[in-house]
Design a protein around this ligand. Structure first.
Ligand code: G4P
Length: 201
């Protein structure tokens, strides 16, 4: 999606550790016009799938998913993070390990709110190592809910997120696919960009 890629080029910053900072328009301050466009893109892509709920995970996915749920005219459901390991009978729970943050946390969703009657569109800001997405897919599986697709704003293709969820056979629609980040030069290379100089095969 060109609007998102242009915004990342203009306002994104590359930090050491292969981190792309997008707090100016996505993760902390939110560009609502851009999010409307993103929601429209996914609506066109998934509008025939009879989506009953849009699902995401705290925290950064929520802002994006609000716009998407509104566009589809369905509720937004977000999985909640818990540091404790308490399992309650009322919730589906899963443990997620974040390679980026090197912490693991529990995520829960109420059994009342996600059921086998649901057809879900999962939305998140980043697909990095795929553990958050795998957790959401596991929650849907536990609930017996169908997953019609996944919308990701920024996929870091050099990490193994897609590979981590390939067994779920789910349709992933990423709006901006980042092939490489360079913290020294600040370069952000997207899928389809021409490779320069000695990198060229
Ligand atoms: P994974 O979910 O794909 O496995 O990724 P990983 O565990 O490696 O990263 C987890 C957290 O780090 C996620 O946030 C994810 O959005 C964020 N993240 C990963 N790569 C980047 C990046 O390049 N830039 C930014 N800004 N964030 C990145 P989270 O734990 O869900 O926290 P929250 O920010 O949503 O509260």
């Amino acid at each position: 999606m060109e609007q998102l890629k242009a915004k990342i080029r203009k306002e994104g910053r590359v930090l050491p550790g292969n981190i792309l900072l997008v707090d100016q328009f996505l993760n902390q301050q939110v560009d609502t016009e851009l999010l409307l466009d993103m929601a429209e893109f996914w609506y066109e892509r998934f509008k025939d799938k009879k989506i009953t709920k849009v699902m995401t995970i705290e925290a950064s996915g929520i802002a994006i998913a609000v716009f998407v749920a509104s566009r589809f005219g369905v509720p937004l459901l977000f999985a909640k993070k818990y540091s404790s390991t308490n399992v309650t009978r009322e919730s589906h729970e899963v443990n997620i390990y974040s390679y980026t943050k090197q912490v693991s946390y529990n995520v829960a969703i109420s059994k009342r709110l996600l059921t086998s009657d649901d057809t879900v569109l999962i939305i998140d800001d980043f697909l990095a190592n795929g553990q958050a997405l795998k957790g959401l897919l596991d929650l849907c599986r536990s609930a017996g809910a169908s997953v019609a697709g996944v919308g990701i704003a920024i996929e870091k293709a050099f990490q193994n997120g897609r590979e981590a969820v390939k067994d779920f056979n789910v349709d992933i629609s990423s709006l901006a696919i980042v092939e490489a980040l360079d913290a020294e030069t600040g370069e952000i290379r997207f899928s389809g960009d021409e490779v320069k100089g000695e990198e060229r095969a």
